[in-house]
Design a binder for this molecule. Structure first.
Ligand code: C2E
Ligand code: MG
Ligand code: MG
Ligand code: MG
Length: 286
């Protein structure tokens, strides 16, 4: 009977696996032309100062609007783009689009904020990365201090000497640096101290169950304490509830990002939120 069950399961899952594989192949083939076909979009999600309630930054998050498969999440196509190299071009486009958008908000009279852009491992390894970023800043007229780049420990750990050198060059330009998904990678305190970053972003997985899982709370508190003692600013990602927000604020977390404030949205939806930067976000003061 077990054998029969196994067989029926196999028959049940087989077409599904095939479809997944098929989809991956489709995505892989169509990724290279996606930019030219204008299928990529940049969404924005605000980062909130947990004490003042002001928006301090926006994270740029790429989306792929596929003509037949619909909206595809970066979690699905970034790894493919990373594997076939398309990420270099896509990443540069996201960077240019996000910098131009931030400059446009400034020109429209909104209080200046940082724009935060995720860098991929492949991009980080590009020998001309610093020049390319510098050129994008010049082209868009955005100040380096209004740009933040998010990197992850896992890819910095590849060639540490080189990573430190590149990070230093970016810092010298005046760009802010954040360690993304902190706590999930190969954290090494020894290297953390050598990476010239400005901020840590506590991974969503810890924030998610910070109220129900004492271990997640312990890790969250430890990361906040670590950031404080290294004089780094600290952001919590994935804030979804008032309880999480209150807890994080009480623990001394500086900034928060999550569905509680806003999910990632197109730029035109962001503009009305920006007008509020002179006041406090109602959610927090309520
Ligand atoms: P990330 O950089 O850690 O971005 C945060 C992710 O968490 C985003 O997913 C965001 O939508 C999601 N998120 C934010 N708040 C909440 C919340 O309260 N609850 C939940 N459940 N999720 C929340 P998204 O947009 O799907 O992006 C996934 C990942 O893809 C990003 O994680 C980043 O690693 C990567 N990515 C996105 N855009 C780019 C890009 O332009 N370049 C590169 N290299 N990677 C990107
Ligand atoms: Mg990020
Ligand atoms: Mg993150
Ligand atoms: Mg994350």
């Amino acid at each position: 009977q077990a054998k029969q069950q196994g067989r029926s399961q196999y028959q049940f899952y087989s077409p599904e696996i095939n479809t997944q594989l098929q989809e991956r192949l489709t995505l892989e083939n169509e990724l290279h032309g996606a930019l030219e076909r204008n299928e990529m979009l940049v969404y924005y999600q605000p980062l909130i100062d947990l004490h003042s309630g002001h928006i301090t930054a926006m994270e740029a998050l790429v989306r792929w609007q596929h003509p037949t498969l619909g909206m595809i999440s970066p979690a699905k196509f970034i790894p493919i783009a990373e594997a076939n190299g398309a990420i270099v071009q896509i990443g540069e486009w996201v960077l240019r689009t996000a910098c131009a958008q931030n400059r446009a908000w400034q020109l429209a009279g909104f209080t200046p904020i940082r724009i935060s852009v995720n860098l991929s491992a492949r991009q980080f390894e590009q020998p001309y990365l610093v020049e390319v970023i510098n050129q994008i800043l010049e082209e868009t007229g955005l100040q380096a201090s209004d740009l933040e780049l998010e990197v992850t420990e896992s890819f910095l750990m590849g060639d540490i000497e080189r990573s430190v050198k590149t990070l230093k060059q970016l810092r010298e330009l005046g760009i802010w640096l954040a360690l993304d998904d902190f706590g999930t990678g190969y954290s090494s305190l020894n290297y953390l101290k050598r990476f010239p970053v400005n901020m840590l972003k506590i991974d969503r997985s810890f924030v998610q169950d910070v109220m129900s899982n004492p271990d997640s709370a312990a890790v969250t508190n430890a990361i906040i304490a670590l950031a404080k003692s290294l004089r780094l600013s600290i952001t919590a990602e994935g804030v979804e509830t008032q309880e999480q927000l209150d807890y994080l604020r009480m623990q001394g977390c500086d900034e928060g990002q999550g569905f509680y404030f806003s999910c990632p949205v197109p730029a035109d939806i962001i503009a009305p939120m920006l007008q509020k930067t002179s006041q406090q976000m109602e959610i927090i003061t309520a």
